[in-house]
Design a protein around this ligand. Sequence first.
Ligand code: A2P
Length: 278
Amino acid sequence: MGGMIIPSITLNDGTQMPQLGFGTWKLEQDQAYTSVRRAIEVGYRHIDTAAIYGNEVEVGKAVRDAVAAGDVTRDELFITTKLWNNQQHEPGVAFQQSLQRLGLDYIDLYLVHWPCPKQDQFVSAFEGIARIQGLGTVQSIGVCNFYAEVLRRIIAETGVVPAVNQIELHPGFPQLELQNLHRELGVVTQSWSPLGQGSLIDDPVVAGIAAAHRRTPAQVILRWHVQQDLVPLPKSGNDARIAENFNIFDFHLTQEDMVALTALDSGRVGPDPLEFPA
Ligand code: A2P
């Protein structure tokens, strides 16, 4: 490995974010620790966790140990965590708890995890996160799972444009309208479940394109994200697949490939943010 440079994307606050991140949802305990160490070893510089994943302690320890071992410096890493729904009324408290579990001096990106429209606290939650931003312990702020209406509302009511909206997005669910709104507003789109939680790996269209490029289905799908200026966050607990998913910066899909992948229509794999939590 080594030597492979990940392109970065500039956020609306001027910060640079590596365009591929390592997803950690469902990685627990030892596996969270070893997978994050492995990801950093193969070259990932962007790690995505959340309070609700229950692995901030292990993720943070992996980051600190990687820095202590000389694999990377802290400033080369981009670490994200998220405010869980039951703490939308106390974002400052929740943030400090995450920071403590991670054992880090600062995090790079803090996100409101779900809008939870029925709870209707997302405006003050985002406003609270925006206040923390000035204190030096969080570089950038944003949201996840925000659809157009709630995205426009936080901007109108707080005057702050989130740097990022992290949404479910993959070839079976390309979210073209929301992608366009993000471009218009200057919000970077991060893709969660970029591989459709594995459901697209066996698709024959994906397989055909992968064979043509002598790549794997996962690499083709992740390349589809990168070529649209999206930031995919693939998760894997497997050493070989962690490395496989990183090696996507030395080939190009054709316009035809891109169109064929976007036309796949598997739909959502996760919950609808309008309804969540049910
Ligand atoms: P595993 O952790 O065993 O590698 P997503 O990021 O879209 O949610 O997808 C994650 C799922 O896809 C996990 O089940 C993961 O399993 C699997 N996965 C991750 N990378 C690959 C890959 N390169 N090839 C096949 N499956 C993969």
